[in-house]
Design a protein around this ligand. Structure first.
Ligand SMILES: Cc1cc2nc3c(=O)[nH]c(=O)nc-3n(C[C@H](O)[C@H](O)[C@H](O)COP(=O)(O)OP(=O)(O)OC[C@H]3O[C@@H](n4cnc5c(N)ncnc54)[C@H](O)[C@@H]3O)c2cc1C
Ligand SMILES: NC(=O)c1ccc[n+]([C@@H]2O[C@H](COP(=O)([O-])OP(=O)(O)OC[C@H]3O[C@@H](n4cnc5c(N)ncnc54)[C@H](OP(=O)(O)O)[C@@H]3O)[C@@H](O)[C@H]2O)c1
Length: 342
């Protein structure tokens, strides 16, 4: 399925356009291309109403009965177990009920549109003019029924062969994110575990170029990953900027701190490193530093914010409530920025 998707994408983007007004000319699009490019048949789970409509078009009696059950209030729990919990896709559901001959007009209305995926730009425009680097985690997980699932976009991207895929056009847009680009004079405290390091690779590259042209302010970067062996992303990059007067070097007032969560029996996270470096963090905050947090939106941003509050409490003697207010004021002043995703 994913291979076909990429093939369709390639043909479609070369010859056709989904934007009917492009250059004022209406471009026809093949039905296959429309399904592949505009309809989310391979990642979103269908809603209850989809099952109701399917039941009308099922010709096999046992399928019709099952679909009617799923669409009924009594079948709500069974539908949850079969559909949402397993994150079954439209395509999989249609394959499970082969007697259903749903007219395309219905499919177009019921299938959600394919949604865009956002990726933080992880390269600096000064270091790599005319290029955009991304740091993409290949999403995969196992469902409660032990079915292996793969993220649609990340799996498609990783399947592109740089040689073989030469000329493939990836439809993309650039949006302003939640992390304002910092001027070279702004001291920085960056916290980006996992793929959260993506925007900070760009910040550090940018500052390294700025550093060759004039003075720049210090940068502390806190990175976290599972183990030094398996997922220490851009290891050489961080370490080289931590040496020889690089932007993360001690000589420059900077620092690079890494937490390997699974290299020992007890988890170590970026928060532990933040608390260990409380004096340096507080000094830099008093010198006008901005805090940037990026990465997983589950618990990480809250836990990291709490660790920063602990630093303020320890170093300033404020209460936790005052520290929290202090951080909110920092946020209002544009000096506490978070970009998180799940
Ligand atoms: C502002 C922003 C910046 C981002 N930057 C980056 C970045 O730099 N790098 C990066 O890799 N990603 C980034 N993301 C996330 C990215 O946009 C995609 O969400 C991600 O790549 C997954 O897309 P996909 O199509 O591969 O997966 P999808 O097909 O969309 O599947 C992902 C969905 O699967 C489900 N899922 C995933 N894991 C599990 C699990 N363990 N159990 C149950 N369900 C699960 C969840 O519902 C999840 O939303 C960013 C997101 C935002 C909003
Ligand atoms: N199979 C692999 O080897 C592998 C490696 C990396 C990523 N992935 C996949 O990638 C997805 C996201 O990847 P990612 O790189 O963005 O992030 P991630 O690998 O899930 O997390 C990055 C680091 O943050 C840690 N962490 C977890 N909860 C935290 C918290 N509350 N506060 C601070 N740190 C916390 C993680 O530790 P713990 O996870 O140890 O708790 C890990 O060390 C994961 O859901 C996973 O499916 C897989």
């Amino acid at each position: 399925m994913f291979w076909r998707f990429s093939q369709i994408q390639r043909r479609a983007t070369e010859k056709e356009s989904l934007d009917p007004s492009q250059n004022g000319v209406v471009h026809p699009i093949k039905l296959r291309s429309f399904v592949a490019l505009a309809m989310d048949i391979a990642s979103a789970s269908p809603r209850r109403y989809f099952f109701e409509v399917m039941s009308f078009y099922a010709t096999a009696e046992h399928e019709k009965e099952k679909l009617q059950h799923f669409a009924s209030p009594e079948g709500r729990d069974d539908l949850y177990q079969y559909n949402q919990k397993e994150r079954r896709t439209v395509l999989e559901v249609l394959e499970d009920f082969p007697s259903v001959q749903m007219p395309f007009e219905w499919l177009v209305q019921l299938v959600p549109p394919l949604k865009k995926r956002a990726f933080s730009i992880s390269s600096s425009p000064l270091a790599h003019p005319n290029q955009v680097h991304l740091t993409v985690n290949i999403v995969s997980w196992t469902t409660p029924f032990k079915r292996k699932r793969h993220g649609l976009c990340s799996t498609w991207l990783v399947a592109l062969d740089p040689q073989e895929s030469r000329g493939v056009v990836i439809p993309s847009w650039i949006h302003r994110g939640c992390l304002p680009p910092p001027p070279p004079s702004l001291p920085l405290i960056l916290i980006g575990p996992g793929t959260g390091c993506a925007p900070f690779r760009a910040f550090i590259e940018q500052r390294a170029v700025q550093n060759t042209k004039g003075p720049t302010s210090p940068v502390l970067f806190f990175f976290g990953c599972r183990s030094q062996e398996s997922d220490f992303l851009y290891e050489h990059f961080w370490l080289s900027h931590s040496q020889n007067h690089g932007v993360l070097s001690k000589e420059k007032g900077g620092g690079f701190f890494v937490a390997f969560s699974r290299d020992q029996p007890k988890k170590i996270y970026v928060q532990h490193k933040i608390r260990e470096e409380s004096a340096r963090i507080w000094r830099l905050l008093n010198a006008g530093a901005a805090i940037y947090i990026a990465g997983s939106s589950t618990k990480m941003p809250t836990d990291v914010t709490s660790a920063v509050e602990d630093v303020i409490v320890k170093e300033s003697g404020m209460s936790k409530e005052s520290a929290s207010r202090w951080l909110r004021a920092l946020e209002k002043a544009g000096r506490f920025n978070t970009e998180a995703w799940s």
